[in-house]
Design a protein. Structure first.
Length: 161
């Protein structure tokens, strides 16, 4: 089950709509688009406090700690297609979500959508880097946020495959 909200006064470009509002694994969708060429470049992993808005969205205290992973996702291009940020509350990392603490260069979607369809609430927004979808998943009782910003190289690829 998904809930979508659109939080920008700007209009989403037609060529990005299907990507921003798609359900399921972005990992699999990008892999399919790139005919099997897909990889993750981890940029940073660190403990951080939840932002006020993320804590509110996940219905957690704002002083709650989280494990944050930032990475680039690549397809059939030398430039990154997506900038991803995953936020895992510390309490989730002691449950089934502990596997997300040691992903290395493996995509989150590899585990998130394996034999399950997690509940998802989504927001689509414009940010400085580009159009972004923010998804708050409930996966085996654990909350996590996955933010995916579609970068110019991706837009160029889908406009001129």
């Amino acid at each position: 089950m998904s809930t979508l909200s659109f939080t920008s006064s700007m209009h989403v470009p037609h060529h990005l709509k299907k990507w921003l509002f798609a359900s399921g694994s972005l990992t699999q969708q990008l892999t399919d688009l790139a005919h099997g060429k897909f990889y993750v470049e981890p940029l940073s992993e660190q403990f951080q406090r939840l932002s006020f808005s993320d804590a509110k969205w996940m219905q957690m205290p704002h002083q709650h700690g989280s494990w944050v992973r930032e990475s680039y996702l690549y397809g059939a291009s030398e430039q990154p297609w997506v900038k991803a940020k995953c936020i895992f509350p510390i309490s989730s990392l002691y449950k089934r979500a502990r596997i997300y603490r040691h992903l290395g260069s493996r995509p989150v979607g590899l585990f998130l959508f394996q034999r399950t369809q997690p509940k998802c609430e989504r927001r689509v927004i414009w940010q400085e880097d580009g159009w972004t979808r923010q998804s708050c998943y409930t996966w085996h009782g654990c909350k996590l946020i996955v933010q995916e910003t579609f970068l110019p190289a991706f837009e160029a690829f889908i406009e001129n495959p």
